[in-house]
Each structure stands twice: as structure tokens, then as C-alpha cells.
Design a protein around this ligand. Structure first.
Ligand code: ADP
Length: 274
């Protein structure tokens, strides 16, 4: 087809430029060990503002660990991670790798939201309380504003009447939608999605993905995504990175990676999951 062929869908908006601006996320020579097990080694990549990057690859290749490092849920054992150019866990000073202060780290972490496979809602709080907790106690938002925002987010995720429900009374799909609302309540610059549909019944997976598609379409939030939903990855990502053994074996535009992968490892992986 020629570029003017009307049957060709309009291309997704261009990936944000990576050169002009400081990357939102930057991994520099990142190493992560659990004991003797080196999970990530010499990992370098950047994510630009508004960019949506999906990590794919076999189980155990280090994808979730990458998200957990950005969320500071795991200790970084080597190298550096920068958020908006600021060191997240360690910085180099006088040639030495030294930890950054807890205060600086906490400030950076407020810019990052994460949605987990297992929802991780606070079971002893109502849905509304789950959503307003961090905006009030971490960001210092007035309670009235936080509640108002929470109600509009519940509307957005299709649960306008569940504010007073307890998480345990909700289905998995509903809990995950609350978890998405909770992450968005912080107005995060970065949203980390860790296999958010893997624990859900198949019939509700589509609803949750549609909510995330809408977030992608209507906000400029930078996303780092780990998913087995290749259709979703293809729809929303600007870039796909294929991992194996803690290294990037191939990366590129989803149309390229999913239809014409170059690396044999990627071909095999996609052959098994598609
Ligand atoms: P993926 O998300 O690609 O499936 P993970 O990041 O979950 O991979 O895991 C990568 C490797 O790190 C695996 O070998 C896993 O066993 C190991 N690992 C992850 N978390 C821990 C932990 N808390 N303690 C020890 N090893 C871990």
C-alpha cells in the first residue's frame, strides 16, 4: 500500500523524541543480584517523557525486577537509575557510588505509580480510603480535593458506586480497577504495570486493558509495562524490549518486533506466546 492508501490506518502518534529532553527514566550500567544470582547485568536504556515501553521475554528474564527497582522495592546492587535526571538510589560522588538520601528518594518515588499482578489493595480500608491515602498523607492534598478526585477516578474505571465497598467484597477485575484508580490518584509521571491482568479471569481482562488503553490515549504518562497480552502491547507501546537472561536481545517498534523480529530468541519466544 502507498502512504496515501485510505485503508491504511493512521500511524500511532510519533514516539516522543529521545534526544531533546532529559529522559524520564534512565538505567546506567544497572546490575541486580539476589545473592549470587545475577539477574540484570550492565543494563542501559532510557525512556522519554510520554513514551510507553513494554518489556517482553521468558519468565525469569528480569522484567518484573526492573519495575520493582524503579519503584525502589528492590535494592539496586550496581549502577544507577535516574528519574528526570535525578539519581534514584545512588549517585557518583568523588568517584564513589554513594546512596542518595531517603528524603530525596521519597520525593522521586511520589512521581511513580505501580499496579501489581495481585492488586495489593489495603484490605482494612474501603475503596475510597485506599485511593485517598497517599494523596493525603504523601502529597499533603486537602482531604476534600482527594475525595473529589477519587470519585472521578472511580467513574473513569467504571466503579462509581463502589467507594464504600471493602476490597474483599470485590471481584479480581474490580479490585484491579481500584488499584489503577489508586495509582492514578497520585497523578504519576510514570506508571509501572506489572502483569496487571495475569491474575484475572479471562472475561474481565479486556475491560481492564481498555481502561489502560484510555489512560494511554488521554494522558501523557510515561509507562513501563510488563505483560503477556501481546495485542495490548502492540496497541499501546511506542517501543518493545525483548529480554532474555537479564539482557535486551532486541528492541524496536511493536509492529517490527511482532511481525518481523530479527533475533532468533525473539522469534522463538513470540512463536510460543502468539
Ligand atoms: P520476570 O519478570 O522476567 O519473570 P523476575 O524479574 O521476576 O523475572 O525474576 C528474575 C530472576 O530474579 C529470577 O531468576 C528470579 O528467581 C529472581 N528473583 C526475583 N525476585 C527475587 C527475590 N526476591 N529473591 C531472590 N530471587 C529473586
Amino acid at each position: 500500500p502507498t502512504p496515501t492508501d485510505p485503508t491504511v490506518p493512521a500511524p500511532r502518534e510519533a514516539a516522543p523524541s529521545s534526544s531533546a529532553e532529559t529522559p524520564v527514566i534512565e538505567f546506567t550500567d544497572v546490575e541486580k543480584r539476589f545473592g549470587d544470582n545475577v539477574v540484570l547485568k550492565d543494563l542501559n536504556f532510557t525512556v522519554s517523557r510520554g513514551e510507553r515501553v513494554t518489556l517482553i521475554g521468558p519468565s525469569g528474564s528480569g522484567k518484573t525486577t526492573i519495575l520493582r527497582l524503579v519503584m525502589t522495592l528492590e535494592e539496586l546492587t550496581g549502577g544507577y537509575i535516574f528519574i528526570d535526571g535525578e539519581p534514584l538510589t545512588h549517585e557518583e560522588r568523588n568517584g564513589k557510588r554513594v546512596p542518595v538520601s531517603k528524603k530525596r528518594q521519597k520525593a522521586l518515588r511520589t512521581r511513580i505509580g505501580m499496579v501489581f499482578q495481585q492488586f495489593n489493595l489495603f484490605p482494612n480500608m474501603t475503596v475510597l480510603e485506599n485511593i485517598i491515602e497517599a494523596p493525603i498523607h504523601v502529597l499533603g492534598r486537602p482531604k476534600k480535593d482527594a475525595i473529589e478526585h477519587a470519585h472521578s477516578l472511580l467513574e473513569q474505571v467504571g466503579l462509581p458506586d463502589k467507594a464504600d465497598a471493602h476490597p474483599t467484597s470485590l471481584s479480581g477485575g474490580q479490585q484491579q480497577r481500584v488499584a489503577i484508580a489508586r495509582a492514578l490518584a497520585m497523578d504519576p509521571e510514570i506508571l509501572l504495570l506489572d502483569e496487571v491482568t495475569s491474575a484475572l479471569d479471562p472475561e474481565v481482562v479486556g475491560d481492564v486493558l481498555n481502561i489502560l488503553r484510555e489512560v494511554a490515549d488521554t494522558t501523557n504518562v510515561t509507562m513501563l509495562i510488563v505483560t503477556h497480552e501481546m495485542g495490548f502491547a502492540r496497541d499501546v507501546s511506542h517501543k518493545v524490549m525483548m529480554f532474555d537472561g537479564g539482557r535486551v536481545v532486541e528492541e524496536g517498534h511493536p509492529d517490527k518486533i511482532f511481525t518481523n523480529p530479527e533475533h532468533e530468541r525473539t522469534q522463538k519466544f513470540l512463536g510460543a506466546v502468539l
